[in-house]
Ligand binder design. Structure first.
Ligand SMILES: *[C@@H]1O[C@H](CO)[C@@H](O)[C@H](O)[C@H]1NC(C)=O
Length: 291
């Protein structure tokens, strides 16, 4: 018995270790901590990343890679308790004055009051396309998956696989669409109590600091840029490897997911620039008239 146990122990340990290695992404490989003087950390052999905010500073990280199209998933667990005044931003952005950007921003709140998930799309330096949502769960109790599908036809924001927003390529109507500038992933946790919670009425309670947001299970099926060349070949053709594996490149919302999108927009949307006629006295942006 003893000899069997001594043999099985190490074998099992080896098996478990190799399974874990196959399933978990290593955040060390994909991200660099960029600011916060020790307030951002990659932990547990690359399985977990945490950002911290205290009265002296927030913190942030960015992806090592630049992407030009992709399907990018990350699990986030947001600042729990009284998170009023804090903002956790998680977004894709290119560089320069005519930059493109695809944003998730999580606006904190008092304990028990709902976070707002703020989204925006910038193309060529112009945003003003905010849509905001409540979530149908407590985003601080557990990790949830926040995804960006970005292909040449559309950008889809999803939460746990449920689409919450679609921004279609409407270049044919003169609406610029992000498709030429590679973007990096950026994330930060910072204090924005001048506007974030109830429009800035509720301030950050620093007695609750440090505030912590956590990240894990990053997954990117994407075209990666290196030395100006895309791993997918040209910018307009799908990745060269198996078509099935790269279905994201031409993915669209089927009728089931369109129904889910409508459900979220009907029940959880709290702001939609396309409904804000006061803000656009000259008329709503053209993409708004394409229901
Ligand atoms: C915070 O809670 C208040 C009260 O329920 C709500 O009006 C607001 O939309 C919530 N979210 C933010 C980020 O202010």
């Amino acid at each position: 018995m003893a000899s069997l146990n001594t043999l099985l122990g190490p074998l099992l340990a080896l098996l478990v270790a190799s399974l874990a290695a196959a399933s978990a992404s290593n955040l060390h490989n994909d991200f660099d901590i960029t600011w916060g003087d020790g307030r951002a950390k990659i932990l547990n052999n690359g399985e977990l990343l945490t950002l911290n905010l205290d009265s002296a500073s927030g913190s942030g990280f960015q992806s090592r890679n630049e992407y030009l199209f992709g399907k990018i998933d990350m699990q986030l667990k947001l600042v729990p308790g009284n998170s009023a005044g804090t903002v956790t931003a998680y977004y894709l952005s290119s560089k320069g004055s005519a930059w493109d950007e695809i944003d998730f921003e999580f606006l904190g709140n008092l304990s028990g009051d709902p976070y707002i998930l703020h989204t925006n799309v910038f193309s060529q330096g112009k945003g003003n396309r905010e849509q905001q949502f409540y979530l149908w769960f407590d985003p601080t109790a557990d990790f949830h998956t926040y995804s960006i599908l970005w292909n040449p036809q559309r950008i889809v924001f999803s939460v746990d696989g449920t689409p919450i927003r679609e921004f279609k390529n409407l270049e044919s109507m003169g609406v610029p669409f992000p498709k030429n500038q590679p973007m990096r992933i950026y994330s930060s946790l910072w204090n924005a109590d001048d506007w974030a919670t109830r429009g800035g009425l509720v301030k950050t309670d620093w007695t609750q600091a440090p505030f912590t947001a956590s990240y894990r299970n990053f997954n990117a099926e994407a075209c990666v840029l290196s030395n100006g060349a895309s791993s997918c070949g040209t910018n307009t053709s799908p990745p060269a490897s198996s078509a099935a594996a790269n279905a994201w490149f031409s993915e669209e919302l089927d009728s089931t997911r369109q129904e889910r999108l409508k459900w979220v927009q009907k029940n959880y949307m709290v702001y939609n620039y396309c409904k804000d006629t006061n803000r656009f006295p000259q008329g709503l942006p053209p993409e708004c008239n394409m229901a």
